[in-house]
Design a binder for this molecule. Structure first.
Ligand code: ZN
Length: 148
C-alpha cells in the first residue's frame, strides 16, 4: 500500500459561500483562490489556501445535491478530508482488496483538475474521506479566479 503524500484539502459544507468567504479570507487571513462548479457532484466550491492545504467550501447547486442532503441531516460544518495520492486507480484497487468500502469504484473529475474518489464513511468511522490525484483531468479552464 502506497502512502498518501499529504492532506490536499478539508471540505466544509455551507449554505452560502458568499456568507462564509469573509470568515476564511478576512478573519483567518487565508488566500482566496477562486471558485468552480463541479457539475458531477452538484456543488459550487470555493478555495482558500493556507500553506499547502486548502479549505474547500461546498455549496449545493440544487436540492438533490449530496451537500444539500448533508446539511439537511447534519447541518453546516466539516464535510470531508481529502488526501493526495499517486496513481488513484491503483489505490482504489488496493483499498478494495483491503475490504475498504468505496463510494467511487473508479476515479471521477473533481475540482482543480483532480481525479477524485470517496471512501465510504462506514469504512472510516464516520469521516467522509476523499482521495485525489492532482493534474489528471484536463478540463480545468472553468476555474474562475476572482482575486483581481
Ligand atoms: Zn473535496
Amino acid at each position: 500500500m502506497k502512502r498518501a503524500t499529504g492532506i490536499n484539502h478539508i471540505g466544509v459544507a455551507v449554505k452560502s459561500i458568499g456568507e462564509q468567504t469573509a470568515f476564511y479570507r478576512d478573519v483567518l487571513g487565508l488566500e482566496y483562490e477562486g471558485e468552480e462548479t463541479v457539475a458531477d457532484q452538484k456543488v459550487r466550491v470555493a478555495f482558500f489556501r493556507c500553506a499547502g492545504v486548502r479549505i474547500e467550501l461546498l455549496e449545493a447547486t440544487g436540492p438533490d445535491s449530496p451537500v444539500a442532503r448533508f446539511i439537511e441531516k447534519r447541518g453546516e460544518g466539516l464535510h470531508h478530508v481529502a488526501f493526495t495520492v499517486e496513481d488513484l486507480p491503483a489505490r482504489i484497487a488496493e483499498l478494495k482488496r483491503e475490504g475498504i468500502q468505496m463510494i467511487d469504484d473508479r476515479p471521477r473529475p473533481g475540482a482543480h483538475g483532480m481525479a477524485i474518489a470517496f471512501i465510504h464513511p462506514k469504512s472510516s468511522r464516520g469521516v467522509l474521506t476523499e482521495l485525489c490525484e492532482p493534474g489528471t483531468v484536463s478540463d480545468t479552464a472553468d476555474l474562475t479566479d476572482l482575486r483581481g
